[in-house]
Design a protein around this ligand. Sequence first.
Ligand code: HSX
Length: 239
Amino acid sequence: MGSSLSVPTKELGPKHYCADQTDLEVKQIAQHLPWYGPEYSPHDVPNFYDIAGITENPKVFRKVIDIFVNRYKALGDKGPTRIAGFDARGFIFGPPIAAGLQIPFIMIRKVGKLPGVVATSGEYQTEYSTDESSIRIGSVSREDRVVLIDDLIATGGTALAGIRLVEAFGAEITEFAAIVSLPFMDGVKKIHEFDNGKFKDVSCFTLVDSDLIGPEMCANPPAGTPRVLAPEEVEKFLG
Ligand code: HSX
């Protein structure tokens, strides 16, 4: 059974929303988002936010899912008919939200992974890579209303690619949502300003601003700790 948990929302600009960062639930979720510096992260970014801090805590994970489920339940008849998750970490949050709403979950996959006939976005830049996304023909139709979900929005490149793809199917976009936002990277602006404002009416909602995740959440091990271990080295490392 889900809860009725919801968090107050603030409007940052037209169609740009975030959870109230002073809300205690939001603060608690932020306390489950450790970050790693470049030496201990898979990418060369100053702060790599690790949503494993949420998924490894069932109560907090549940809260995050409930917040999104209740946000979209509240739309009633106008609520989404599909949740679309981004490869890969949108695949962690999307399915339980879709299951909670009893609607299908669909995959926005990196190119070259899906079977069948696929629509692809073309290449785009993200915070740290060049990617290309795809959706299988048949997973979404022009009758659908779609929420797109990812773990994090930085430059907005990934979100924009997904929005362009879903729009190509003729579906209505209910919202793009992410758990973490890096506000200084202006990802939502990129979405709203694309192609002379073609997606200016796409609602964007994020739960936790990176500003709320302070230095105390740095999870780097002591300097000099090896970054990668072979299986036979693990036992000795653990001591
Ligand atoms: C990360 O980059 C996240 O999981 C998102 O999928 C993506 C966000 O970056 P950006 O496209 O907003 O720059 O891997």
